[in-house]
Design a protein around this ligand. Structure first.
Ligand code: UGA
Length: 438
């Protein structure tokens, strides 16, 4: 008989997981304490922007396999319960806030069927899964708990969930592994690598992966700083080192650095947890990774100051991009938005464009000006900042838009625009890690 699944927490991770599992033929029930979210999802609407997700969600609801609820007891008939709630950074430190994970476990524990499995997918500090497993079995001795970290990227959430590049399962018993093999039977048939681990290793795989990615980005941004100091070009450097397959060219895009709801908070939570474990020194380099990342935001503000004679007051600046990365409307810890807020605080008159993230950006920074039109954003600008590398910005014709601006100066914060094209059209072109061109 096909397994019935439940998904606790229907944010980014949970909503995607629920829709994808239903598309594989499972009966899935999604739970959240946020009634608005559940109402929206039940209507087949996704409360955030993620390519392909809405179509998938609607199709699965229509098929009758996918349902949503705010009543935890409705999950009682499921065989496997995925915990997909958030683990944000605490407000008074670096650690992860485990409130939602803890309450999800407390809420579901007594409804797990004998032989049922709770599967954590949230990113948690190492040691959490063992503690939760013990607590689960105190409440419900017939239940087991496994950890199955998620590696999906925003913007590719559906693709990453349906075709993951590996599956990692932290389990204590063979029985738990076998249940997960049933859940992921389709992937196993497609030869997706399967890594069985113990609980702490499974938790660590996730933070290690995100720490490595963050380190790679900060490495290239550190090289950008050295290029700036020496007259080198970081884009050429990245291309050249990337040809070495041991290094690889991905995640070597220098610019204003990483943001979002994962990389920044995950490296900080990792440092906090390592310190608790007496292994502080082992991940102390992540402090530098974080510092290089935050410095990139200051370096671009310095470029802005240089071009505006160190006086931002009243200067009209057009910003292209607010999301933390393209194909997302997420502005959590967005470097782009942070830069906007800082230059506005320094007196600049900032107008921000983004194809998807304006509503979220406005909620966070209601004082900033926003525009839905690229041309309107550029009108009379004394400087243009390119901060999120949406495809539409690469399609701008620099010769055409030159007539709109007061001064044709562009700073490419993502090293994604075609410099020659902009320079040929008469723009002064600046970028992080590359010498100025005019
Ligand atoms: C990241 C990981 O890539 C996923 O594998 C992981 O599952 C997810 O976090 C998570 O923990 O949930 P995501 O936050 O969606 O995914 O975004 P990334 O694609 O990793 O980009 C993160 C940030 O790094 C963005 O701000 C992006 O602009 C920046 N970045 C990325 C660079 O500055 N340079 C690069 O070369 C690549």
């Amino acid at each position: 008989m096909t397994l019935k699944l439940s998904v606790i927490g229907t944010g980014y991770l949970g909503a995607t997981h629920a829709a994808c599992m239903a598309s594989l033929g499972f009966e899935v029930i999604g739970f959240d304490t946020d009634a608005n979210k559940i109402q929206t999802l039940s209507k087949g609407k996704v409360p955030f922007y993620e390519p392909d997700l809405e179509e998938l969600l609607t199709a699965q609801i229509d098929s009758g396999r996918l349902k949503f609820t705010t009543q935890i007891e409705d999950l009682g008939s499921a065989d496997v319960h995925f915990i997909c709630v958030g683990t944000p950074q605490v407000s008074n430190g670096n650690a992860a806030d485990l409130t939602y994970v803890n309450s999800a476990l407390e809420a579901i524990a007594k409804f797990v069927k004998p032989g049922g499995l709770v599967v954590g997918k949230s990113t948690v500090p190492v040691g959490t899964a063992s503690r939760l497993r013990q607590r689960l079995q105190e409440i419900n001795s017939g239940a087991d708990l496994a950890w199955n970290p998620e590696f999906l990227r925003e913007g590719f959430a559906v693709e990453d969930t349906l075709k993951p590049n590996r599956l990692v399962v932290g389990v204590v018993s063979d029985k738990a592994e076998n249940i997960l093999k049933e859940v992921y039977a389709t992937n196993l048939k497609e030869n997706t690598p399967w890594v069985r681990a113990d609980l702490p290793t499974a938790e660590l795989v996730k933070v290690a992966a995100n720490s490595f990615l963050a380190t790679k980005i900060s490495f290239i941004n550190a090289m950008a700083e050295v290029c700036e100091a020496s007259g080198g070009d970081v884009t050429v450097l990245a291309k050249a080192i990337g040809y070495d397959p041991r290094i690889g060219s991905r995640f070597l895009q220098a610019g204003i650095g990483f943001g979002g709801g994962c990389l920044p908070k995950d490296i900080r939570a990792f440092m906090a947890r390592a310190e608790e474990l007496g292994a502080k020194q082992a991940v102390e380099f992540l402090k530098e990774v974080d510092a290089i990342n935050l410095r990139a935001r200051q370096r671009i503000i310095e470029l802005v100051r240089k071009d505006l004679s160190n006086d931002l007051v009243g200067k009209k600046i057009a910003v292209l991009g607010a999301a933390f990365k393209p194909d997302s409307d997420d502005v959590r810890d967005s470097p782009a938005l942070d830069i906007c807020a800082q230059i506005q605080a320094a007196g600049a008159d900032v107008t921000v464009h983004d194809p998807k993230a304006i509503a979220n950006a406005q909620k966070r920074f209601p004082g900033l000006k926003f525009s839905e039109e690229i041309n309107q954003t550029l009108q009379d600008a004394e400087l243009v900042l390119h901060l999120t590398e949406w495809k539409i910005y690469r399609e701008i014709n620099p010769a055409q838009v030159k007539a709109l601006v007061k001064k044709a100066i562009i700073i490419d914060g993502r090293n994604a625009l075609d410099r020659d094209l902009w320079v040929k059209a008469g723009w002064k072109f600046r970028a992080l890690g590359r010498s100025s061109h005019e």
